[in-house]
Design a binder for this molecule. Structure first.
Ligand code: NDP
Length: 299
């Protein structure tokens, strides 16, 4: 089977282009500029890079980007007070607190303090409830990106068997809900699943969101399946030089690619979709807060 490589970088770049022109239209027609606030507590190097990239892409799309960098020693109460302030700030349409937060803070408490209408990460229980009920709401960015790539790859998802390995609130569960919405038959697997290889072998669409490098092997993949690798794992790469690292996914890309009809690479697959979908959510939130029909925009 000759597999095709699903180019998330290209899809994300096209989506950002469409968002930019939608935001231009919004400015012309309604005199509104969407605003995204990102709060970073501490100096985690990976989070620093994410936040910087989010800021750059937010501005490139024509939105206002507000960045707040708080010291590691910030108390949970002070962070919650910051969130409250952003909740009531009319120029802020979307709020994202970069996770992980320092250990002395409770992540769920912070998620639940963000107004559901500004929760562009889609993690508030109100938004996960909407998603589980098949209602409109803000959907977590990475699952949304994965679902867009699957829909772009397959002409129809109806009746296909989707197997999701991973059941986190951030990735696994929302992907399952999105594929259920597309009329897939969905199986969710996790660390206690029995016969995982056999379950994966029955998948028309196999999604890996585990966090274990190359766990999904080539002989777990049915001939012709579409394989979506959400995993991002950084491993040492001495072959590239001393102290160098490389990114690998949760799927053995080379072996799985011999069986699949289409597969996402790491990097360059699902990863680039996350920020593009964050911008999409910020536009959707802005429209909903201003009673503007989001479907007016061609995205
Ligand atoms: P979590 O650690 O929150 O969840 C991992 C899931 O995998 C859990 O449901 C766990 O099961 C399951 N799991 C662990 N070990 C096994 C096993 N041996 N067999 C079957 N299932 C197993 O991770 P996330 O969902 O947050 O992230 C998953 C991956 O996606 C990571 O590699 C992460 O880096 C990546 N990611 C990528 C993003 C992107 O922008 N592209 C964004 C977010 C995440 P159980 O529930 O039973 O413990």
């Amino acid at each position: 089977m000759v597999t095709s490589i699903i180019d998330g970088k290209d899809y994300a770049s096209r989506l950002r282009g469409k968002l930019k022109s939608a935001i231009n239209d919004l400015k012309d027609k309604y005199k509104i500029t969407p605003g995204l606030a990102v709060v970073l507590v501490g100096n985690d190097p990976a989070s620093e890079i994410y936040v910087r990239n989010k800021g750059i892409q937010t501005k490139e799309a024509g939105m206002n980007s507000f960045e707040y960098r708080l010291p590691e020693s910030t108390s949970e109460d002070d962070l919650l007070a910051k969130v409250e302030k952003l909740n009531s700030d009319k120029s802020v349409n979307g709020i994202l607190v970069q996770f992980p937060v320092p250990k002395h803070m409770e992540q769920q408490k912070i998620i639940e303090r963000i107004l559901p209408s500004k929760d562009v990460d889609g993690l508030h229980p109100v938004n996960s409830g909407y998603l589980a009920s098949g209602l409109k709401g803000l959907v977590p960015c990475t699952p949304q990106g994965a679902s867009l790539l699957i829909k772009d790859t397959l002409p129809s998802l109806s009746g296909l068997h989707a197997v999701i390995v991973g059941r986190s609130n951030l990735v696994g569960k929302p992907i399952a809900q999105l594929l259920l919405r597309e009329n897939c038959t969905v199986t969710i697997c996790h660390s206690r699943t029995k016969n995982l290889k056999e379950v994966c072998l029955s998948a028309d669409i196999l999604v890996a969101a585990v966090g274990i490098p190359e766990m999904v092997k080539g002989d777990w993949v049915k001939d012709g399946a579409v394989v979506i690798d959400v995993g991002i794992n950084r491993l040492p790469a001495p072959e590239k030089g001393e102290g160098k690292t490389k990114l690998v996914g949760d799927v053995d890309f080379v072996e799985a690619g011999k069986k699949s009809s289409a597969i996402t690479p790491v990097p360059g697959g699902v990863g680039p979709m996350t920020i593009a979908c964050l911008l999409l959510n910020t536009l959707a939130a802005t429209c909903s807060q201003n009673n503007i029909d989001f479907s007016d925009f061609e995205l």
